[in-house]
Design a protein around this ligand. Structure first.
Ligand SMILES: Cc1c2[nH]c(c1CCC(=O)O)Cc1[nH]c(c(CCC(=O)O)c1C)Cc1[nH]c(c(CCC(=O)O)c1C)Cc1[nH]c(c(C)c1CCC(=O)O)C2
Length: 390
């Protein structure tokens, strides 16, 4: 860990002067009165200043270096995370602002990544409005009373108010001070992925009950996804209004859908979430696992950046996303268990393909696996940062 001490410096130096004006501008932009106004500005350049490498790449501007961060960069792969989390249940840890700040900062300090991802979970806003659920270690979110009817929707899901998640606002504000210019990514689960947990009652391989409800009971489906879209948008707004400079919408399980069903049953609600935060003028990243066949649709839902999983050759992914949006990804997370020369060669292939995109944010194709060696990630960050931007 110590030999890496210089890295965050290296990563923050180029962006520090530019990051401040942006940050200062945020609270004004986030004024409540703007909620209704939705001028779409995917390419907005606040104050005309070149942004951080991460923000520049998201907006399709030329960054000083290829920016890199990792999904699940904070988490069980880090010994310092395991230490802080000892004896504290996952969902409780998300309600303690000091712990959230510390855990979010850990990978930024260790790796000098170009963005921080807010430490929380997609089910936090659901828990905050009273849904009886927990995160079971090694399993994931488990819901006590699954939602399967309009009555369930109405009795269990209400709108999310900023006061329901005041600990999120507090943690984001704390982070903005600590991060010193490194952008913070706020996030939310997308309606379909949240719906899957709520309908199935827990993680599912085939999403059978979810799809069954989708086909059989469109009224309940629309009521449920409509309400989840509002909750997701509200959760993103809270984070941006407190200072997050980008958002990622995780539709992790959307890849289980055919394109036709995605378009009809899911895309309108993802689009609603993305549209509901357009006025905040922060880059919106849209990501799912196994979504190779849906990339065009996910881009079309209104994202500025589309996350590509590793099953898709990035050059193909870029074609599917189109020339109007940036891409994020897409090294296979298990490549980090390969010898160093293979990691580098595979990273180079991603970098080379990414250089043809409108913008490229280097990432894995999904989250860091808990068994990953943090030193391998540290070497990967250095390798990406050394790549020359043409
Ligand atoms: C599907 C999903 C969930 N949560 C999330 C998603 C979408 C991203 C994805 O596709 O992976 C999102 C999430 N969850 C967490 C983060 C924050 C930080 C980060 O990415 O670095 C983010 C962005 C923390 C977490 N969320 C969770 C952990 C691990 C729990 C722990 O450390 O005790 C972390 C660090 C728990 C969780 N929560 C969820 C799962 C599947 C799990 C893993 C269960 C397990 O294997 O134990 C639901």
């Amino acid at each position: 860990m110590k030999p890496d001490a210089a890295k965050p410096e290296k990563a923050t130096k180029p962006k520090a002067p530019d990051a401040k004006p942006e940050k200062a501008a945020k609270p004004e932009k986030a004024a409540k009165s703007e909620t209704a106004a939705k001028p779409k500005a995917p390419d907005a350049k606040p104050e005309g200043a070149p942004a951080s490498a991460f923000l520049a790449a998201c907006r399709g501007e030329k960054p000083s270096h290829v920016p890199v961060w990792f999904m699940r960069q904070a988490g069980r792969s880090l010994p310092e995370y395991r230490k802080v989390r000892q004896g504290v249940p996952m969902l409780e840890s998300c309600t303690r602002p000091e712990m959230v700040v510390e855990i979010t900062m850990q990978p930024v300090r260790r790796y000098g990544v170009d963005a921080a991802i807010f430490y929380s979970d997609i089910v936090v806003p659901l828990k905050a409005i009273g849904v009886d659920l927990d995160i079971v270690p090694g399993t994931g979110p488990v819901v006590e009373n699954p939602i399967r009817s309009v009555k369930d929707v109405e009795s269990q899901l209400r709108d999310l108010e900023p006061d329901d998640v005041s600990y999120v606002t507090e943690a984001v504000r704390g982070l903005v001070g600590e991060l010193k210019g490194t952008p913070l990514i706020g996030f939310s689960g997308a309606p379909f992925t949240l719906a899957s947990y709520l309908i199935e009652g827990g993680p599912s391989r085939d999403h059978r009950l979810t799809k069954e409800l989708m086909y059989r009971d469109p009224d309940t489906w629309d009521a449920l996804l409509g309400r989840l879209a509002k909750i997701a948008a509200a959760f993103l707004r809270v984070q941006v209004q407190a200072g997050a400079q980008a958002v990622q919408l995780f539709d992790s399980w959307a890849g289980s859908l055919s394109r036709d069903d995605y378009e009809r049953y899911v895309k309108p609600y993802a689009a609603e979430v993305l549209d509901a935060v357009a006025d905040l003028e922060v880059p919106r990243i849209h990501f799912g696992v196994g979504t190779g066949e849906l990339l065009g649709e996910m881009a079309d839902a209104g994202a500025d950046v589309v996350g590509v999983d590793w099953r898709v050759d990035l050059a193909d992914g870029i074609k599917r996303v189109g020339s109007k949006r940036a891409v994020q990804g897409n090294l296979d997370p298990t490549v980090l268990f390969a010898p160093d020369d293979i990691i580098k060669a595979k990273a180079d292939a991603v970098l080379k393909a990414g250089s043809k995109a409108r913008g490229h944010v280097f990432n894995l194709g999904h989250g860091v696996l808990p068994a990953t060696d943090p030193d391998a990630l540290a070497r990967l960050v250095d390798h990406v940062h050394a790549y020359e931007v043409r």
